[in-house]
Design a protein around this ligand. Structure first.
Ligand code: DC
Length: 222
């Protein structure tokens, strides 16, 4: 069976990581959550009170982001060897990640590592620039989208599930702000690769969506 690279891009809270994980499992591929890598960098800067762009760039030499495989097959993000999976999934770190991801040197630092992970193919990677910058040669590129209010509700439910007490209006504002920043930044803005398949999952069940995506994958690999 032919090994390929699957690039999954799209807006925040579109279910990218759930889909990417399911596809990686289906294919027996490695999964890489690049958003987690930007979040880990953001967490480091928050922990050390580093806010100036030049200081952030300088501090990158002290940042090592990795993934630790868990017994149940899932992966936890590590920052300098410490498991930070729980700490990076907050609104605060998400917002900071959106900011640090606008810095050219931060992107170059992480893109280099992401490209190295894909050298042997057999990988599913999700993010914002995977099909456009990290792997423009990816055989399968998916661009996920859903209506903003659908995404805000999903994000809200996810935060409640984690025991947080979010305000829906704030989550909605956050979704809109992040969309704006992700699509308007100067460095590698979120955009659809011309050869990507667009999947709008606002009104799709998870099963419908996965059947569609598995079909696309099978066609390319068998
Ligand atoms: O997918 P996420 O919410 O975990 O991503 C966190 C932030 O990182 C998001 O605001 C945009 C940024 N990001 C990016 O710029 N490029 C990527 N490949 C992945 C994430």
């Amino acid at each position: 069976m032919k090994k390929i690279i699957v690039a999954i891009d799209g807006y925040s809270s579109c279910g990218k990581s759930t889909i990417a994980k399911a596809l990686a499992k289906y294919a027996g591929y490695m999964y890489v959550d690049t958003g987690a890598m930007y979040r880990a960098v953001a967490l480091y800067m928050l922990q050390h009170g580093i806010t100036e762009e030049s200081d952030i760039v300088e501090a990158l030499k002290d940042v090592q982001v990795g993934f630790a495989l868990q017994a149940d097959g899932s992966q936890h993000t590590t920052l300098n060897g410490e498991d930070v999976e729980g700490q990076i999934r907050t609104l605060e770190v998400g917002n900071r990640a959106s900011q640090v991801s606008q810095i050219k040197e931060v992107r170059a630092f992480l893109v280099r590592q992401q490209q190295a992970m894909g050298e042997a193919k057999g990988i599913v990677m999700d993010g914002r620039d995977i099909g456009t910058v990290v792997f423009p040669q990816a055989e399968l590129k998916l661009f996920l989208t859903a209506r903003p209010e659908v995404r805000a509700q999903r994000r809200y439910d996810e935060l409640v599930g984690k025991g947080e007490h979010p305000d829906y209006e704030e989550v909605m504002r956050d979704v809109n702000d992040r969309d704006y920043r992700d699509t308007h930044r100067a460095e590698s803005p979120l955009r659809q690769a011309t050869d990507s398949v667009v999947v709008d999952n606002s009104d799709m069940t998870r099963e419908e969506q996965m059947a569609h995506i598995y079909g696309l994958f099978d066609k390319l690999t068998t």
